[in-house]
Design a protein around this ligand. Structure first.
Ligand SMILES: Cc1ncc(COP(=O)(O)O)c(C=O)c1O
Length: 337
């Protein structure tokens, strides 16, 4: 069996999830009458402490719709240099929303210095874009950020009249790592985006959550972006199944990441983490050309690079971690090994 450590997005729906999908009651979600989508939106809102939810095909689109709902043309959002919305979403806020990003350095723990954030807020002056939004992320690069940082960030945003958005694609991983409910981690944000298709194992789908009036306005952004689907209940059913069955087990992924990190260290690799379900390992340059082919032969999938990111998820068990470690051991951590 293949051990795929490229991402937690590679999971395939289980037989039970597929059954839930095939049995889903559906309707036309453009008319708002898909009962399974409506149930998922209500469940997500309840679970995370918001008035309303909106189902999107992807996290990228949910984040972008949030940016476009918080900000108008010529507005600005403050965001981490390493944040997904800024770095890995093709500049959508600028390209499609006419929203200027103001990137700010992330510190090694994934946070931004709030003094840097405050200093980047523009004065009300026609020379400047209007700073409207502070966008944060948890987990970021797998790192779970503890609640006190967000309390301070939200307080700063309120004081300076900014809205707040949390890219909580992996908020349930943060919740498991910090032993704090996802609801408590989301408290005080104006909007949160939560992916169902990462560690939770659904084939697609993200929920955007916020106040009822915000979600009403976000529907227009989703429409502009082409994200309203018709009988989307077949996908929403997978999301509901994931929320019911795949949240508590995230701790197993974190334990597997721990095993992987320890095994790599024992084999002599320089390792960062584990950070929730992610481990980063340095690969000596001369090993890189052979890594992909050697690993593929052993049916271990990784994204090769000098700082390799390995991600655990519900389709990798402890035996799979052992096989991956064997492959790394045979590669060798030091030149010529
Ligand atoms: C932190 C974070 N936010 C958002 C996304 C975007 O999700 P999607 O791939 O569903 O567009 C990802 C995807 O990997 C992510 O890691």
């Amino acid at each position: 069996m293949i051990v795929d450590l490229r991402s937690d997005t590679v999971t395939r729906p289980s037989a039970a999830m597929r059954r839930a999908m095939s049995e889903a009651e559906v309707g036309d979600d453009v008319f708002g009458d898909d009962p399974t989508v409506n149930r998922l939106q209500a469940r997500g809102a309840d679970l995370l402490g918001f008035e309303a939810g909106l189902f999107f095909p992807t996290g990228t689109q949910s984040n972008l719709a949030a940016l476009m709902t918080h900000c108008g043309r010529g507005d600005e959002y403050l965001v981490g240099q390493e944040a997904h919305t800024y770095r890995y979403e093709a500049g959508g806020g600028a390209v499609l929303g006419s929203i200027q990003p103001q990137p700010i350095a992330n510190r090694p723990d994934g946070t931004m210095d709030l003094a840097d954030v405050e200093a980047a807020i523009k004065p009300d002056d026609p020379h400047f874009a209007r700073t409207r939004l502070l966008a944060l992320e948890n987990t970021i690069g797998g790192k779970a950020i503890a609640r006190p940082y967000f309390e301070n960030a939200i307080q700063l945003a309120k004081r300076r009249n900014l809205s707040t958005h949390l890219d909580g694609a992996r908020i349930f991983n943060a919740s498991a790592a910090l032993a704090m409910s996802a609801k408590d981690l989301c408290r005080g944000f104006d909007s949160v985006s939560v992916c169902l298709s990462k560690g939770l194992g659904a084939p697609a789908g993200t929920l955007l959550l916020g106040r009822a009036d915000f979600i009403q306005r976000a529907k227009r952004a989703r429409k502009i972006l082409g994200g309203v689907m018709r009988q989307a209940g077949v996908l929403a059913a997978a999301g509901l199944y994931a929320l019911e069955n795949n949240v508590a087990r995230l701790a197993e992924d974190h334990a597997n990441a721990g095993r992987l990190a320890q095994g790599l260290r024992d084999a002599g690799f320089e390792v960062e983490g584990p950070h929730t379900n992610m481990v980063f390992a340095r690969i000596p340059a001369e090993k890189l050309p052979v890594l992909k082919t050697q690993f593929e032969k052993k049916q271990i999938l990784v994204l090769p690079g000098p700082r390799i990111r390995l991600v655990t998820h519900l389709d990798v068990d402890a035996a799979g971690i052992e096989r991956a470690l064997d492959a790394f051991r045979s590669l060798g951590a030091s030149p010529g090994a």
